[in-house]
Design a protein around this ligand. Structure first.
Ligand SMILES: [Zn+2]
Length: 312
């Protein structure tokens, strides 16, 4: 009996020790942030630092309009403390049922752990008037590809930092500091990007999908047309014919294509206009080495400048 009691108290001691040891771990529990796309993950990582762990559902080389749902997505969403979406219906084709099926009350639309990042950004091309099916897969709330303007990256990062502070008030000073650090580094990078792109202001480009209005606005590029006849509608011979005519008239020699589109039509357009196909990256993670928000702009700007120079 005595031995049993001693064993019992020893066991209790082990349990107590375990509890004591696990206290610091519990206090340092990181917020688990899930994002729809890699760009939102990259911005959250900038301000969340080592106080969060963050994962994106979509990969950077995938078309964010069409992501095939996998069971592993549900597992992530089930555990998330915070879900950050691009919004403006970019993910309407795949994300809403996943949110519902996750059964996680924290991240349901309207809950405190659901953050639509578009509310912080400058949104372009908000349509006026009635949207009809004939307009294609047009985004009725405005163009959702807003993260490709560094100013919007800054705004989203600030909004995410505030949300993280809301969910984890003990670390709010940390998130604020992280944002200020990001803001400083972004300003320095922007100065360089703006200077590098300055000689190419006003250059005319064609893009496959209408993914670049914010990028074009920031760097003063002139997007004169799209390979898609309407958003989300594959190229047609008659539209391609018209586009080639337009590019010839306007002396436009750059066709910018997202990595998930077929190159057949862009290549044919380029060969008939003496132009070049530029496979740029719309998202962080489009290439392995492009693993943060800064490297995305570094990559695209470098690529674009080399293409402008070669297409003179
Ligand atoms: Zn789109």
């Amino acid at each position: 009996m005595k031995i049993q009691q001693e064993q019992l108290s020893f066991g209790l001691l082990i349990v107590l020790l375990g509890v004591l040891l696990s206290v610091p771990a519990a206090a340092a529990k990181k917020l688990y942030v899930v994002t729809s796309t890699t760009d939102m993950a990259a911005l959250a990582q900038e301000v969340g630092g080592d106080k969060i762990s963050v994962e994106s559902i979509a990969r950077g080389y995938q078309d964010p309009h069409f992501v095939e749902a996998k069971p592993s997505f549900l597992l992530k969403l089930r555990q998330a403390d915070l879900l950050i979406t691009v919004g403006l219906q970019l993910e309407i084709g795949w994300l809403p049922p996943l949110i519902t099926q996750s059964g996680n009350p924290r991240i349901q639309v309207g809950a405190n752990g659901y953050l639509d990042a578009s509310q912080f950004a400058e949104i372009l091309e908000i349509p006026s008037g009635t949207i009809t099916r004939a307009m294609g897969d047009v985004h009725p709330l405005g163009n959702p590809h807003y993260w490709l303007d560094p100013e919007n990256g800054r705004r989203v990062a600030k909004g995410v930092a505030a949300k993280l502070a809301d969910l984890d008030p003990a670390d709010s000073a940390y998130f604020q500091q992280q944002f200020q650090d990001f803001d400083k580094r972004l300003s320095a990078a922007e100065q360089k990007w703006d200077a590098d792109m300055k000689p190419y202001r006003g250059r005319k480009v064609v893009t496959y999908h209408n993914s670049l209005p914010n990028f074009a606005k920031h760097f003063s590029l002139d997007v004169i047309g799209y390979v898609e006849p309407r958003p989300g509608i594959p190229p047609t011979p008659s539209h391609t014919f018209d586009l080639i005519g337009l590019m010839k008239r306007e002396s436009c020699r750059i066709v910018m294509v997202e990595p998930y589109f077929d190159l057949k039509t862009p290549n044919s357009i380029a060969s008939q206009t003496g132009g070049r196909v530029v496979q740029y990256l719309p998202s962080v993670g489009g290439e392995k080495q492009v693993d943060n928000y800064f490297k995305l702009f570094d990559y695209d700007i470098d690529l674009l400048i080399r293409s402008f120079q070669a297409a003179q």
